[in-house]
Design a binder for this molecule. Sequence first.
Ligand SMILES: Cc1ncc(COP(=O)(O)O)c(C=O)c1O
Length: 371
Amino acid sequence: MTRPYNFSAGPAVMPEAVLRQAAADMLDWHGSGMSVMEMSHRGKEFIAICEQAEADVRELLAIPAHFKVLFMQGGGLAANAIVPMNLAALKPGAMMDFIVTGSWSQKSAKEAQKYGSAAVAASGADSGYTAIPAASGWQLRDGTSYVHLCSNETIHGVEFQQLPDLKAMGCDAPLVIDFSSHVLSRSVDWSRVGLAFGGAQKNIGPAGVTLVVVREDLLGHALPICPSVFDYRTVAEHASMVNTPPTYGIYIAGLTFQWVKAQRTGELTGVAAIEARNLAKAQWLYDFIDGSQLYVNPVDPACRSRMNIPFQLRDPARNDAFLSQAKAHGLLQLKGHQSVGGMRASLYNAMPVEGVHALVDFMRTFEQTQA
Ligand SMILES: Cc1ncc(COP(=O)(O)O)c(C=O)c1O
């Protein structure tokens, strides 16, 4: 069976090898006589699955020992509340500063207002979120509990190519990153990060798991109103099993981690191999868009996302024809987010290079024949 190429922003394309493995394991995982869905989360089989998943993601992202890895629930939007409930009280005044570079960081800043003094320290709104404001102009407050940014804005297609070094900027607060839509697509400089969170449904697995990586010294500061199941210290103390975790999602995440570990590009392996491939994929599409008369991507090349590439047709009257013909060519879910319109191609880890080539070939033919 040939599967079409799926450019959805999330839930999104999964590695075919992972889906096949899950299908093979469906009725009987490793001779246990059970599907993973049927296992107790406290049984030795599932505990082994969870421990392996944690070990693999630690290895892939080179997560230092003084960070905890948590598998939680609620997705990115719940994290917008869970993070302030855990970190707002790090310093008196419960101040939290946000770098707003698109819809997702904007939502984070809004939600945090419920838990303290949340302020926008910098915003890309003036540019229509097509650029990241220069760090030299960020209005970080003295005594802020943490600084939040979304390291890849899934809707606007804006990605930090380098995380800010807050210490060098004279700010001793921890940096919180929402890496939902580019986790595992590139390495992370943990020396600059206090906490990272990401929903699984782009590069990790099915919706329902939220990966949290948190520095140990940030545990134990939760507000009294924080539900126990969302208190990072409690979750860490119980190895993500305070209550029933999203077991099947963690299992698929584990298979995906193993798939990433097995990736090779030349001499490179794992995340480095994936990153090289992602760069080549994104470059292929951006170069084509920039050279065309019909398509346009408005984002500053310095912060263009490798994962989510929004583009407009200069003649929006052609949008519907573009989408229906793309679908007929086996290129699915290219419609842009309703807030920005146009198109969006998400090129997550599991999107093969061939999928991007097929998309560009289609776009070229459409431009030549239909526009
Ligand atoms: C960067 C980012 N953050 C947060 C979210 C919200 O995630 P969820 O729908 O899992 O709450 C998304 C969803 O696409 C996202 O792309």
